[in-house]
Design a protein around this ligand. Structure first.
Ligand SMILES: Nc1ncnc2c1ncn2[C@@H]1O[C@H](COP(=O)(O)OP(=O)(O)OP(=O)(O)O)[C@@H](O)[C@H]1O
Ligand SMILES: [Mg+2]
Length: 464
């Protein structure tokens, strides 16, 4: 009788062990003549039958218990079997179920911890890649996936993501072990690299070896830091200093040359002296303008975060600018037409700075207009709280490729022509900064051969 998968051998053995004492006692009684042979046989058969039945049910309970524990470890939610025939087994089963619930709870909290760790790593703004002892990728964060496209990333060599030889060499140095099995290289490093674009990015990789491998196998961390903007700012600063020095060098060299001439060959030549002094005054004026513009630019930049808040009468500003430029315009045969809407709201800003803006824009328009053409200055309300002022000329226009860089310091479409017209290439840079400070906008439209329109949009005073 073997049920529930209990081997027959074990069933027989259990029955033999259970029957041995009672059958032994009956045999002794029979031997002592206390029982007849018939009674002995009857008693043996009765006891045997009852014992076998009890043992069988007990074994069945044990088998159910074993099955229950098996199902618990399979992570199924098993039904507690009825184990009434084996009370001790029932308690064991309850204890096993409690154990399994606790174990499962711990397992869930470990999963949670792992998910939190990944969430923290994903929250880092800089791309992070971790590698194991064999330089295989173990973990990447979200920023790394976005930058390097590391989908389904782990288990591959890190060179599938980052190919820069100097970076790979630095990682190898970090993971290198000596003959004793201990790490022989540095435990951190910094490598500068360029990620091929577009857009091409300047990066600094910070490498660090962990004191010991993490549970997921991570041994070294690679954190990338984007330094493109920093590099660009550095380059711009260097360019700016070079440009400013160059702009000053030319008039200084001119002045020095004339001084030499006046001291030497032209010493007694009154006419030449007059002419040279005139040019020298022009050069000095040019240097003064340049320095004034540079100072103004740096002053505006310093205050760019603070928005000016005065009420500005734009009509008055535009009229005063026109008065200043009228002479220059008529000498070039250019007519400046003011077209101001009668209901033009006042602007929120700084009247002196806005004067500089329109002085620059109208000066450019007059300067780059063709002779005998019109420059139109059109001021209109725009929406409930804005006002736009457009300065349109009929000049040669600006090729589209130059438009994005036009407001950079010293940027000129035709440097020779601008210089000859007395320009420094700082005017539009100043305009851009002032407009930014006013939280306004500068739009440039130009059709080569037809003309250009520079449109400034400014916040207007809210009308009652
Ligand atoms: N209305 C315009 N038509 C054609 N080109 C223009 C016009 N306005 C500006 N530009 C181009 O943009 C360049 C930059 O203008 P910006 O006003 O900054 O410098 P500039 O006029 O040369 O010198 P500055 O204004 O410092 O005296 C000019 O050199 C010119 O090439
Ligand atoms: Mg200008």
């Amino acid at each position: 009788m073997a049920d529930n998968g209990i081997p027959l051998r074990r069933t027989l053995a259990a029955n033999a062990v259970a029957l041995a004492p009672s059958w032994g006692a009956l045999a002794i009684l029979y031997g002592a003549g206390e029982l007849s042979g018939r009674s002995t046989l009857f008693a043996m058969a009765g006891i045997g039958l009852v014992t076998i039945l009890l043992i069988q049910r007990y074994l069945n309970s044990l088998a159910s218990f074993a099955r229950f524990v098996g199902e618990l470890s399979d992570e199924r939610e098993p039904v507690m079997p009825r184990l009434s025939f084996a009370p001790a087994t029932e308690e064991l089963a309850t204890a096993a179920a409690t154990l399994s619930t606790g174990w499962r709870r711990q397992r869930a909290s470990i999963d949670n911890l792992a998910a939190s760790a990944q969430a923290i790593v994903d929250g880092l703004p800089d791309p992070l890649v971790s590698v194991d002892r064999q330089r295989r990728i173990v973990r990447t964060n979200l920023a790394a996936a976005l930058l390097l496209g590391s989908s389904g990333g782990t288990e591959r060599d890190v060179s599938t993501l980052l190919r820069q030889p100097q970076l790979l060499a630095a990682i190898d140095a970090l993971l290198e072990t000596g003959p004793d099995g201990n790490f022989s290289g540095p435990d951190q490093g910094v490598v500068e690299l360029v990620l091929a674009g577009p857009p091409e990015l300047d990066m600094v990789a910070h490498l660090r070896r962990l004191p010991r491998a993490a549970a997921d196998g991570s041994l070294a961390l690679i954190v990338l830091h984007d330094t493109t903007a920093l590099r660009r700012a550095e380059r711009m600063r260097a360019d700016f200093v070079a440009n400013a020095s160059h702009e000053l060098k030319t008039p200084i060299a001119g002045l020095a040359g004339f001084i030499e001439t006046l001291r030497g060959p032209a010493r007694e030549d009154a006419a030449a002296r007059e002419r040279f002094l005139g040019i020298m005054a022009e050069q000095a004026d040019r240097m003064r303008r340049l320095v004034d513009d540079l100072l103004m630019l740096s002053r505006i930049e310093q205050h760019e975060h603070a928005r000016p808040a005065a009420d500005v009468d734009l009509t008055q500003v535009l009229r005063s600018v026109l008065d200043l430029l009228q002479l220059k315009a008529s000498s070039r045969g250019v007519t400046v037409v003011l077209d101001i809407a009668p209901d033009l709201p006042r602007a929120v800003g700084d009247p002196d700075e806005l004067t500089i803006v329109f002085q620059n824009l109208i000066d450019n328009a007059v300067k780059y207009a063709r002779p005998s053409t019109e420059v139109r200055v059109i001021a209109r309300p725009s929406g409930p709280e804005r006002v736009t002022i457009a300065v349109a000329d009929e000049g040669d226009g600006i090729p589209a490729s130059h438009l994005p860089r036009l407001t950079e310091r010293f940027y000129r479409v035709d440097a020779a022509r601008s210089r000859q017209l007395g320009g420094t290439g700082l005017g539009l840079a100043i305009v851009k900064h002032v407009v930014n400070r006013h939280r306004g906008r500068l739009d440039i439209q130009s059709v080569p051969g037809k003309g250009s329109t520079f449109t400034v949009t400014l916040p207007a005073v809210r009308q009652a």
